[in-house]
Design a protein around this ligand. Structure first.
Ligand code: AMP
Length: 502
């Protein structure tokens, strides 16, 4: 039997689960015996890389300790420790290696894994996640959106035949996702997904720090040093406020000992604009799916931040019904990913009980962005040719999908075409407002008149990556780009085997 695992690579916590021999998705504990592992990486002066709880204890205090890097996945940001430079991809690969190594001590060699990503991740962040998984030594064929994984687990664990439209409200440490999902018995179809990349528990922690600093200043008359009330302290107090109406924080500094009192109402007031942002995103997601609130049968809560009472009331206010949770909100995504990896695996790798458990599952996903290219097009208003972004794949198109559009060369004796692959959250024609994912040139034969056919094909694969082809039909010349981790310019320079990860 093969060992198939699903991994939730989270902003604050990560988790790994597998499908056991009886076909049940089960969490795998780390070497400390915990189901979830803080996504925090500490470099020590002995050359060790420490991932998890021990690292988390000094997060915000030790300059060689890094966390929350999932928020800048695929971006240029660099982290430096003992003269070595790291990025979100390399730091994530350490987290994945820790999860992999700890899991392997329990179940043996992992043969295949699925890693989850926020539904609204751009292509760069997706590629970076795949690159991190490869660097950690995991064999990854697919990635899956976090809300889809959660829906899968919900459908699996509900024990009854589900029929209708469901909303998955996923608020974790760093990102917020809302997905509208249609479940018809064994079929799960994601019909729309929206989100805010930088909205989560981390932002709530920051707001709590702001309150403490401001109260300290009022009480003591001086600024509070960051090390006197760290991010870990803020997270702890935030969790207390999920349980109690008030928290009393004792802070001891060289200026003496003081007690700061914060009520839940004060904290909720401070984060109200962030919550309003999540509410608008929910309304937008429902509108975009051409639905109304009353069409949603159930709202399912996922992610640690949904334990906050004000989040539960906000969800209830928007959806006009009491939300449901799927067991432990921190674990639903990893458990769903464990179901997905087995669902996608070669059936020969599964035993009869596992096959039976998965016979209830069928998933269809949609794209989370618009993908297009830049063309020259006649603009009636300006009465001249202008550059325009033209979408080929639309947000919400069912995955896999392939779209071909035909364009023409604009000039006589045109010897090259500038080929661009763009990405945007909304349908956008202005090239200044889209993100260029890739740019290249296609050389054309000389001496031809304008109007030569150019076919552009974008094919979006089930593993959430895209292949783009720009074909000059007459000459057969083409420019091709496979936007997957292997061909990506996103990579990590580190060789993980050079490090001792614990
Ligand atoms: P996740 O990424 O789903 O593991 O969610 C992690 C986030 O959930 C972190 O920001 C945690 O601080 C937050 N969280 C976990 N438990 C609670 C709680 N009881 N109250 C408030 N936030 C929580």
């Amino acid at each position: 039997m093969s060992n198939l695992v699903g991994i939730d690579l989270g902003t604050t916590y990560s988790a790994i689960a597998h499908l056991d021999a009886t076909g049940r998705p089960v969490m795998l504990v780390n070497s400390q015996g915990d189901n979830i592992t803080p996504s925090v990486v500490l470099f020590d002066d002995q050359g060790n890389v420490i991932v998890g709880k021990t690292a988390q204890r000094v997060y915000g205090e030790d300059s060689k300790c890094f966390g929350r890097f999932k928020r800048v996945m695929g971006e240029e940001k660099e982290y430096e420790a003992f003269g070595e430079k790291y990025n979100a991809t390399s730091l994530s690969s350490f987290v994945l290696k820790k999860l992999k190594d700890d899991a392997q001590t329990q179940i043996g060699e992992i043969s295949e894994a699925v890693v989850t990503i926020p539904a609204n991740y751009g292509n760069k962040a997706r590629e970076a996640t795949l690159a991190a998984a490869n660097a950690s030594g995991l064999s990854i064929k697919y990635i899956i959106n976090e809300p889809t994984a959660a829906a899968l687990y919900y459908a699996y664990s509900s024990g009854e035949e589900l029929n209708g439209t469901y909303a998955i409200y996923d608020l974790g440490g760093g990102t917020f996702d809302i997905s509208i999902i249609e479940i018809k018995g064994s079929d799960i179809e994601v019909i729309n997904t929206d989100g805010v990349t930088l909205l989560g528990g981390d932002d709530f922690d920051e707001k709590l720090i702001e309150i403490v600093r401001s109260k300290w200043k009022d009480q003591v008359g001086e600024d509070l040093e960051p090390e006197d009330f760290t991010k870990n302290d803020a997270e702890e107090q935030k969790k207390i406020l999920s349980e109690k109406e008030k928290t009393s924080i004792k802070i001891a500094t060289t200026k003496g000992r003081h007690k700061i009192e914060i009520s839940r109402a004060e904290f909720e007031d401070a984060i109200s604009t962030l919550i309003a942002k999540s509410e608008m995103t929910c309304e937008n997601a429902i509108d975009e799916a051409n639905l109304s609130i009353t069409d949603i049968n159930e709202v399912i809560l996922v992610g640690g931040s949904t334990r906050m009472p004000c989040i539960q009331s906000s969800v209830e206010k928007i959806f006009k019904k009491v939300p449901k949770s799927v067991g432990n909100p921190d674990e639903a995504v990893a458990l769903g990913a464990a179901l997905y990896v087995a669902y996608k695996a070669d059936p020969a790798k599964l035993n009869p009980l596992q096959k039976q458990a998965l016979s209830k599952v069928n998933i269809a996903e949609v794209t989370a962005k618009f993908f297009g290219t830049i063309i020259l097009s006649y603009d009636d208003h300006h009465q001249k040719n202008l550059l325009k972004n033209d979408s080929l794949i639309r947000k919400g198109d069912k995955i896999p999908c392939s779209v071909t559009k035909e364009y023409q060369t604009a000039h006589d004796n045109q010897t090259a075409i500038n080929c661009r692959v763009t990405e945007s959250n909304i349908e956008e024609s202005d090239p200044d407002y889209v993100h260029t994912m890739w740019e290249g040139a296609l050389d054309l034969p000389e001496g031809r008149p304008s109007g030569q056919k150019v076919e552009v094909t974008f094919s979006y694969h089930v593993n959430q990556t895209m292949k783009c082809t720009f074909l000059d039909v007459e000459s057969g010349r083409k420019a091709e780009i496979d936007l997957t981790a292997g061909n990506s310019n996103i990579h990590t320079d580190i060789d993980i085997d050079d490090f001792k990860v614990e």
